[in-house]
Design a protein around this ligand. Structure first.
Ligand SMILES: Nc1nc2c(ncn2[C@@H]2O[C@H](COP(=O)(O)OP(=O)(O)O)[C@@H](O)[C@H]2O)c(=O)[nH]1
Ligand SMILES: [Mg+2]
Length: 333
């Protein structure tokens, strides 16, 4: 396996955890992901705090109020907004902060701390014996298929052999869409017939991945949530197939994709899925399409699931490893 590309840091770190040849001390911190991943991604996240609030301005009550309003307007929840603003007021007073720029630097730190609290670096889990299997779940239209294609494209650029499983057998169009992406990025797609059993598609894909010594198998799933019990059963069945094929080890990651433009809805979806499936990480798609990036902090604060990836556009390259520091910087103009 060539681990020379964009996700190298993450996988080095994981290798070290599994006793691979890279030593843990050599593995860079997740926060340095921004040095390998182009910052163009976070730059596509719209700023929510305008520059006029922080430039050539003294600290006064109006500034606090305007900052507070900007954060709430960005879908940062009231509870978290009030907490960071209280921290900010206290810090400004205690440390005798004089300029708006210094105050904002503090505010950024409080927001970053909120994103970092309790999760630390959240690398993607890689299987000690390939293939690594990622299950991708979420309701219709949030960006599952696109996120899988983007991830596959990055992994392929890293020199990894990737296979995709079209586990959304609900509509033929869903498998067609994945297949189209597969052709575009040069990655094989295993699919079944429309209305077929998703677990049997995953079984075939697992066999192929093993036979072809693939490094990664990314599994697309259907996004129906109208029947939670059914969805849970389906995902469990898929996981059983994965486990049977490789000595009892379940999917390495079960990634829930959320559409960042949907605000509170995204949080409700996450709560529903969390109660049914063991979610290991979140993918926040469509962050390019919202001026309400504060939702990311709300999601972190309300759900204790690490945010692993962010989607910042419709093209294959528009996916980033989530970097809290870089993200908070992007929220300020
Ligand atoms: N702007 C933008 N659009 C996205 C992003 N991710 C997905 N989309 C679009 O959202 C729509 C639904 O995506 P799709 O992957 O089919 O969702 P799925 O039903 O969950 O598989 C498509 O038109 C995608 O191009 C993103 O990060 N940014
Ligand atoms: Mg889809």
């Amino acid at each position: 396996m060539l681990k020379s590309g964009l996700f190298k840091n993450i996988f080095q770190k994981v290798d070290a955890l599994f006793g691979g040849k890279d030593k843990a001390e050599d593995a860079p911190e997740l926060s340095t992901a921004s040095t390998v991943l182009p910052s163009a991604g976070a730059a596509k996240v719209a700023a929510v705090v305008p520059a006029r609030l922080t430039q050539t301005r003294h600290i006064d009550e109006d500034l606090f109020e305007e900052l507070e309003e900007a954060l709430i307007a960005s879908d940062l929840n009231v509870h978290t907004t009030l907490r960071v603003m209280e921290e900010l007021r206290a810090a400004v007073k205690d440390d005798n902060v004089k300029s708006a720029a210094d105050a904002v630097a503090r505010l950024k730190r409080f927001l970053t701390d909120t994103l970092l609290a309790g999760v630390g670096p959240s690398p993607m889990t890689v299987s000690p014996t390939p293939p690594t299997v990622f299950l991708v779940v979420g309701v219709n239209g949030v960006g599952k298929t696109t996120s899988i294609a983007k991830l596959a494209s990055k992994l392929k650029a890293d020199g990894e052999k990737v296979i995709l499983a079209a586990g959304d057998t609900f509509r033929a169009a869903a498998a067609d869409q994945l297949q189209l992406w597969g052709e575009r990025i040069g990655v094989e797609v295993v699919r079944g017939r429309e209305g077929g059993d998703p677990a049997s598609v995953v079984y075939d894909a697992m066999q192929q991945a093993i036979a072809q010594k693939a490094d990664f198998l990314l599994v697309d799933t259907a996004g129906r949530l109208h029947n939670k019990a059914h969805l849970m059963e389906e995902l469990k069945k898929i996981n059983r197939v994965v486990m049977q094929a490789r000595g009892g080890r379940p999917a390495d990651e079960t990634l829930l994709v959320l559409d960042a433009t949907t605000g509170q809805n995204a949080i409700n979806q996450a709560k529903e899925f969390k109660s049914a499936v063991a979610i290991t990480g979140l993918v926040l798609a469509k962050l390019d399409g919202t001026a309400r990036g504060g939702i990311v902090i709300t999601i972190k604060d309300e759900l204790s699931v690490p945010i692993k990836l962010i989607g910042t556009g419709e093209k294959a390259g528009d996916i980033e490893i989530f970097d809290p520091r870089e993200f908070v910087e992007a929220l300020f103009e």
